[in-house]
Design a protein around this ligand. Sequence first.
Ligand SMILES: Cc1cc2nc3c(=O)[nH]c(=O)nc-3n(C[C@H](O)[C@H](O)[C@H](O)COP(=O)(O)OP(=O)(O)OC[C@H]3O[C@@H](n4cnc5c(N)ncnc54)[C@H](O)[C@@H]3O)c2cc1C
Length: 407
Amino acid sequence: MTVAVNVDVDVLVIGGGIAGLWTLARLQQAGYKSVLLESRALGAGQTRYAQGIIHGGTKYALTGKLTASSESLADMPSRWRACYEGNGELDLTGSELLSDAHYLWSTTSLTSRISGFFASKVMRARSTELDKKALPAVFQHKDFHGQFYRLDEPVFDVLSVIHALAEPRKQSILMIDPASLAPENSRLAVKSQWGVSYLFHYRKIILIAGEGNENLLALFGCKQPKMQRRPLKMVVMRGGPGCALNDMIYAHCLGASVNPRITITSHRDSQGNIVWYMGGQLAEDGVNKSDAELIGAAKSELNDLIPWLELNGAEWGVLEINRAEIKKPGTTRPDSFSIEVNNNIITAWPTKLALSPALADALLEKLDQANTMFNPDLYLPDWQQPVYADFPWNEEACWKTVSDGDM
Ligand SMILES: Cc1cc2nc3c(=O)[nH]c(=O)nc-3n(C[C@H](O)[C@H](O)[C@H](O)COP(=O)(O)OP(=O)(O)OC[C@H]3O[C@@H](n4cnc5c(N)ncnc54)[C@H](O)[C@@H]3O)c2cc1C
């Protein structure tokens, strides 16, 4: 019989996405002995699919008045930026900032609506209208006649953030086999991905495993909270033979509805090619389309919005992913992060990557005082290196060969 390694912790965190890793860092900083368990690879859930926009709420205020979502996000850009610059609550100086700002543009037909919206005092503080010569290169074209705003919303390479959070505390992160999880009264038996058995004794456990929270709640015998999934079909495009894609853009195009018509961020694949990653209404509507129809819709959006862009020869792909969040009545979306406490089990979803700092604040408030006499950085016995996820566009399977006849 194998003997389990016994480990005593104040807080056990399950889930190594952005929210779990941010929380682990804040817990250790506050003096809690804590360990994080991850079943696949760090960042392997929704986090690696995120566009990396640190929303300040502007997108959610498109109705012209501030909503609860936009208010809960207002401080996030400055908190993330301070971490990146080395004077924030955590050290993200090793992460990669893709763009210092996200942009919002409208086509000529929507110009008056967007102007009215940006005339509001609150929005003036968070955005700036740009002159043509300050626009990203692709919009300096003579045929662009819309309006263009700079939003104070940085865009991060999310997996570089995962590395920056995990590396300094990697010896308190354990890669586990999820089938081995066996809870019993403030104890959790688990096997590492390398077959070593552990028995964790904890004061509190935080389930912060994205979509995985549903199974964890069942395993721990909790009937509440319930979770909802919102499926998305995102589109990726990169240059190919005969199509050089040289522009990096980070922008929402405002359409007739509250949701952006399309949201584009730019990334590099493992070969160094620029990849445009497209979401917004396109991705929400995409769930009712075949892959070929969705790629056809993305082409037609780009042809309509940026008609001077040369797309012949580009490669296209589709990425399917669910957003996971607390269940709300009907089709309502949560405005902010959510936390539910059942005795010593705490369940949390950030709802947005951007909200991870606010979620960690709220989680710390739910805990009893830490015993700061301990060294909070716990080094696990029989520890092995953590495994990191890669971006989905580096998996060749997502790139489809779709001929024009399929669309
Ligand atoms: C297409 C898309 C684009 C987005 N873009 C943005 C954006 O630009 N800005 C923004 O603010 N938000 C964005 N979001 C939302 C954001 O991605 C999520 O809110 C955030 O990544 C959720 O982080 P998480 O750590 O809670 O969950 P996840 O990233 O899903 O991480 C959960 C982790 O738990 C692990 N896990 C699951 N079950 C178990 C188990 N039993 N044991 C151990 N580990 C387990 C998983 O392997 C995973 O690593 C986007 C979401 C999507 C889908």
